[in-house]
Write a protein that binds this ligand. Structure first.
Ligand code: SF4
Length: 489
């Protein structure tokens, strides 16, 4: 499902290129393929023989870069870019990346995907020592740490800074003569290197951007690695050996594009396998299988294939709804005006439906979809979810940081079934999810972060520890919430 329906949001997407005469345009198209990772702002900084120039703004990429002139201005052979969804810092222009820092001894640009768990402590210390911040995003902390390092070499300063920040981070940094990509010691967020036909190297949050540029995949950046790209190609360095692979499992379930590969696993195939395992774990007597567009379609096809039930398009999504500011009135809603999803009456009428969705966050969307299908004449709606119940907050870059917001943290499966109005409700098990993704590793939980489901956080929570303890005591009654929430579109 798209961000505007689910309210479960990815933080950001990174893209960079080194060694292409039209670097900013390549970066634009790379970011275009990553737009699903952030829609609140976008920016590109280009490097023209050591002179950095940038353009950034609020909104979708197409709103920030309105015509060719915005790109043509950003001349040079290298560039980094960013699409943003704000989880740290607010949505003001000050927080739109890449940040472009200007110093007496040279400029650099910086972009970040993730969330630092010790940001508050570091920022306080830095400010007490005279640092001035221009944004309230946690990204700027890295710049101050690099500038304050006493290491004689730039790479050494970056390594020192990376060993000081904690949490989830993928960074792209560009100086006058190189580009640096770095990943946190757990590799929460994906980051990969590709190569274009003319030999230029590209770095992207997701490999789908390589496909759209005709670039070939070179390698994933590993936890604890720093990759330095310059006119001589790229070199691999490490800033720590203390690493444990724990890729965010929600990248596979929901965030990443199905045509991306993460750690060698295709996202569509992993989702399809989740659907197949759901069918094995939860066989249901029904007539058709329907997936919630778009991110649940792969899992729905897997469920249909394994169960032998026909896969049908029982729900369609309006692809153009995200920039609509005019909302229907309550009266129009009551007349059935729905903007995002519609049931296909001729498909669902009189049918017993297995409805496949990727996750349930607050439950309000699931409740809406079930009632949509029932209003269109569905006889039964059995909901199967291709991930385990979301019970714990995320502190590594996703915008759910409180248990209050998660229906499964507050209610049993049977209670959730009642709240969303389904005839039955099943979730994929943790084991089912790990095996569906099937990373080749001996790391715990099959190399995945499963904290959303089991509260086993791969790192100490640092500044969030107190908040986490507090949120464990919070409770929300979603029976009451659902009564209060109007049937929004
Ligand atoms: S807590 Fe959840 S969303 Fe956050 S990194 Fe772990 S699996 Fe991903």
């Amino acid at each position: 499902m798209t961000y505007e329906v689910k309210s479960l949001n990815e933080e950001c997407g990174l893209f960079g290129v080194w060694g292409h005469t039209d670097a900013s345009r390549v970066t634009y198209f790379g970011l275009h393929a990553l737009q699903h990772r952030g829609q609140e702002g976008a920016g590109i900084v280009a490097n023209d023989s050591g002179k950095l120039n940038g353009h950034r703004g609020l909104g979708l990429l197409s709103e920030v870069f309105r015509d060719d002139r915005d790109i043509d201005r950003l001349t040079g052979n290298a560039a980094i870019g960013h699409v943003r969804y704000a989880t740290s810092g607010n949505g003001s222009i000050d927080n739109i990346q890449p940040f472009h820092f200007k110093f007496y001894d040279g400029d650099f640009a910086l972009a970040h995907n993730g969330n630092l768990t010790n940001n508050r402590t570091l920022r306080k210390e830095l400010e007490q020592n005279g640092a001035i911040f221009h944004s309230n995003s946690d990204t700027e902390v890295l710049m101050h740490l690099i500038r304050r390092s006493h290491h004689p070499e730039f790479c050494g300063k970056v390594k020192e800074a990376l060993n000081t920040v904690k949490g989830g981070f993928a960074y792209l940094l560009m100086t006058e003569d190189c580009m640096i990509a770095a990943l946190d010691p757990n590799g929460f967020r994906p980051l990969a290197i590709g190569q274009m036909q003319n030999g230029a190297y590209v770095v992207s949050s997701e490999t789908c951007a390589f496909e759209s540029l005709g670039a070939t995949f070179v390698r994933d950046i590993q936890p604890g690695e720093i990759i330095i790209l310059n006119d001589n190609g790229y070199t691999i360095h490490r800033y720590t050996e203390d690493t444990v692979l724990q890729i965010c499992s929600m990248e596979f379930v929901y965030f990443a594009r199905p045509d991306s590969n993460i750690a060698g696993v295709n996202v569509h195939k992993a989702r399809k396998e989740m659907g197949r395992r759901l069918a094995i774990e939860n066989p249901i007597e029904a007539d058709i299988v329907v997936g919630v567009p778009n991110s649940s379609l792969s899992a729905a096809s897997g469920y249909a294939e394994k169960s032998g039930l026909p896969y049908e398009m029982g729900i369609v999504k309006n692809q153009y709804v995200q920039r609509t500011f005019i909302q229907p009135t309550q009266e129009l809603r009551e007349q059935g005006v729905r903007m995002k999803l519609s049931a296909v009456r001729s498909v669902v009428e009189g049918k017993r439906i297995v409805l496949v969705d990727d996750s349930i966050v607050r439950g309000t969307t699931s409740r809406r979809i079930v009632s949509l299908l029932k209003e269109a004449g569905a006889k039964e709606v059995h909901v199967v979810i291709s991930s385990p119940p979301l019970k714990y907050p995320c502190f590594y870059g996703i915008d759910i940081q409180s248990r209050r917001e998660l229906i499964a943290a507050n209610h049993s499966v049977e209670e959730i079934r009642q709240i969303i109005g389904a005839d039955s409700l099943y979730f994929l098990t943790e084991e089912g999810l790990i095996n569906s993704i099937g990373l080749e590793t001996t790391a715990p939980y099959g190399g995945l972060c499963m904290a959303y489901f089991n509260g086993d956080y791969p790192t100490p929570l640092y500044d969030y520890e107190e908040h986490f303890q507090k949120t464990m005591e919070e409770h929300t009654d979603f029976f009451e919430v659902c009564k209060a929430v109007p049937q929004k579109n």
